[in-house]
Design a protein around this ligand. Structure first.
Ligand SMILES: [Zn+2]
Length: 109
């Protein structure tokens, strides 16, 4: 389980995939499944699901995201235009924020 702020990816973060089938792809985090150390990322790791015909849908094949390991994604820093590791910093008001370890940009507003 990932509890360290340095590696913490959050919902709505933009991440880049660094390993596996979707390596190099970017997307927004839809959900963090902390207990599994996994994340759901928009349009990443799409799987096909067969659904049965019902009153609500025509049935057939739908595509949806499957969770991927947090260790397979990196935070995407728009400043660096690359996946980066996260640092942490305490602001003067006491808030802890995440920073880009490459350019030092504060990522949390
Ligand atoms: Zn950066």
């Amino acid at each position: 389980m990932v509890t360290n702020i340095k590696s913490r990816i959050r919902r709505d973060d933009e991440v880049v995939v660094i390993a596996g089938r979707d390596k190099g792809a970017r997307g927004k985090v839809i959900r963090v499944i902390a207990a599994d150390g996994r994340v759901l990322v928009n349009k990443i790791n799409m799987i096909k699901r067969h659904t049965r015909q019902s009153q609500d849908s025509a049935g057939g094949i739908i595509e949806k995201e499957a969770p991927i390991a947090i260790s397979n994604v990196q935070y995407f820093c728009s400043n660096c235009d690359a996946g980066v590791r996260l640092g942490a910093k305490q602001l003067e008001d006491g808030r802890k924020v995440r920073t880009c370890r490459k350019c030092g940009e504060v990522l949390d507003r």
